[in-house]
Design a protein around this ligand. Structure first.
Ligand SMILES: [Zn+2]
Length: 323
């Protein structure tokens, strides 16, 4: 009886030792492979990387670790716990190189002028709640207080050069813009157009209320003391030619050039100037762009149109302009 028990105990101990030995072997193999050492080939593993051999060897190109399928099987038969780990050979992934944040070229985009880069057109109405604080420049015409000095300087320099500019129409409230638009529609209706055609025609020369740069407070129509008509009669006036050549120095652009009508959606307006800041104005002048093209090329890779609107609204509040 005692002998039988002793024999049984001995067999149990031997079995335990065998299992422990197998476990140790498995763990040792795992540690060996994890530390980047290839396991010695067992059986007929000729070339793990030979694409034509069709060998099903576990080969990780990134870790450079080849594991023989025979050995993997052998290990998994002995110790099922370890096999799960050794089959999924750890892949040492390369540290991802962080993509550097793109930064705007300060010669092309002055982020400090973002408030002056708001795009307002048919597709982009004024930002909600945008009511700038304005100040009169001349002739009962007002403009955003932040570009009023630039406008005054431009007009003064133009006069000093021998010309006779006059601000004809600056900031307009939404109501004033509505009045302008409706009057223009009425003019076409009186000429015999139906209402829809009259509105479409009016929209080519007077912005639909809510989509006018005049409501933004950054635009001004400039005529001359001799000619206050805002129409094509301004096109070849020497005063306009001086302004068109020099406005960029003051941060202004001729907003609707003749060759950009298909992009701006507005006919040539030889009298309509828009403040965009000196950096943007210079680029637009030098590269013969319109505002839409400038934004797309130099600003939108960094700041979306929505972000510009948000920044402009924030800037209104920061400068105590919100009203
Ligand atoms: Zn205008």
């Amino acid at each position: 009886m005692e002998n039988k028990n002793k024999k049984k105990n001995t067999i149990t101990i031997i079995l335990l030792v065998l299992v422990l030995a197998a476990l140790c072997l498995g763990i040792a193999a795992m540690v060996w492979t994890m530390t980047g050492h290839p396991l010695p080939a067992v059986g007929s593993l000729s070339s793990g990387s030979d694409p034509d051999s069709g060998a099903s060897s576990v080969f990780s190109a990134s870790s450079g670790t080849a594991v023989s399928p025979d050995l993997t099987e052998a290990v998994s038969e002995n110790t099922s716990d370890v096999s799960a780990v050794s089959v999924s050979t750890p892949v040492v992934s390369d540290t991802p190189t962080p993509t550097p944040e793109p930064t705007p070229d300060p010669e092309k985009y002055n982020t400090g002028d973002v408030w002056a880069l708001v795009l307002v057109n048919k597709e982009h109405p004024l930002p909600d709640g945008y009511i700038p604080q304005v100040t009169e420049v001349e002739n009962n015409q007002s403009t955003d207080i932040r570009c009023a000095d630039s406008l005054a300087q431009m007009l003064a320099d133009c006069r000093a050069a021998g010309y006779n500019p006059l601000a004809i129409s600056g900031y307009r409230t939404h109501e004033t813009q509505e009045l302008y638009f409706n009057n223009t529609v009425q003019m076409y209706v009186n000429q015999g157009m139906d209402e829809a055609s009259a509105e479409a025609e009016a929209a080519t020369s007077v912005a639909v209320p809510g989509t006018s740069e005049h409501e933004l407070g950054l635009s001004v129509d400039i005529g001359t003391t001799a000619n206050t008509d805002i129409n094509s009669s301004q096109d070849n006036d020497p005063t306009q030619l001086w302004l068109q050549d020099n406005c960029w120095k003051y941060g202004y652009i001729l907003r609707y050039p003749p060759e950009k009508s298909d992009i701006t959606g507005i006919i040539y307006e030889s009298w309509h100037y828009r403040y965009v800041g000196t950096t943007a104005a210079k680029v637009i002048h030098d590269e013969n762009l319109c505002l839409e093209e400038y934004l797309q090329k130099y600003v939108e890779p960094f700041t979306s149109l929505d972000e510009i609107n948000q920044a402009a609204l924030a800037s209104l509040e920061a400068s105590g302009q919100a009203g």
